[in-house]
Write a protein that binds this ligand. Sequence first.
Ligand code: CP
Length: 316
Amino acid sequence: MRILFTNRKDLLGLKDMTADEINYILNSAQTMKYVLGQKSKKTPHLSGKSIVTLFYENSTRTRVSFELASKYMSANVANVSVASSSVQKGENLIDTAITIDKMGTDIIVIRHPQSGAPHLISKYVKATVVNAGDGMNEHPTQALLDLFTIKEKKGKIEGLKVAIIGDIEHSRVARSNIYGLTKLGAEVAVGGPATLMPKHIEKLGVKVYPSIQEALIDADVIINLRIQLERQKAGLIPSLREYSRFFGLDEKRLIFAKPDALILHPGPVNRGVEITSGVKECEQSFIDEQVTNGVAVRMAILYLYTKGGAGIENIN
Ligand code: CP
């Protein structure tokens, strides 16, 4: 039986996704993780498909994992480096996207510093658009890999307490995770400096705490956020040393969470700022496994969206 995944052309964010759609991707990623564990990771499932990554911001994990996911599944993949593309000659975003689309591209994976950039180009291109991070809005594939990691380690998401701590204001990872976790029935607590806490964030269904310690109490999962130095407006935190002292995740703060709490971080990590090296390397930390799971989740996304909604059960 073929079960319909979705009628949507694009993956723009978790805000508009249903719990069923999220669960479908998570289940499909389980199959992909099995494929990743094999000696030969090559599958023919995207043979003849073309994927282009278009990144206007730096990236290691997201860009490389989309590229490898495409290659593992036999797709043609091209990476547009904005620094050496015709963007430098003045070509605008829409014209760049249309140009890539006209080359027969099936999926455009885009990261852009402006919120809404993927939504904008999706109106002009036939290709599926996958949001790989837009400004301070969403980073849906990161949240999906976080949800996958939580479900893999805890066996469920519903009923868990998840503490998201740090720079919530600038974090597209936090927003996508809040949408995804609340849709799947988790209790979400957010904690961090008042200057880095968005106004009215409680309207998204989360509990807001002024200190990291209070947010961490009895947490099953901790999502520790990167201090986004590139997005900080002057004066939001006194100094990195102060931030680390009052809001960093260290051994003393970790004891407020449950003893078996998972520690996650989207990366890249500023060691010694938002997290100590000791906590990053401890046995509760699954930060490195998140990276592996990112490839599995992105394989599932590329497969599901190029199949036009067909079920993953047909993969074997
Ligand atoms: N988590 C994340 O988006 O990492 P990159 O910036 O390295 O892609």
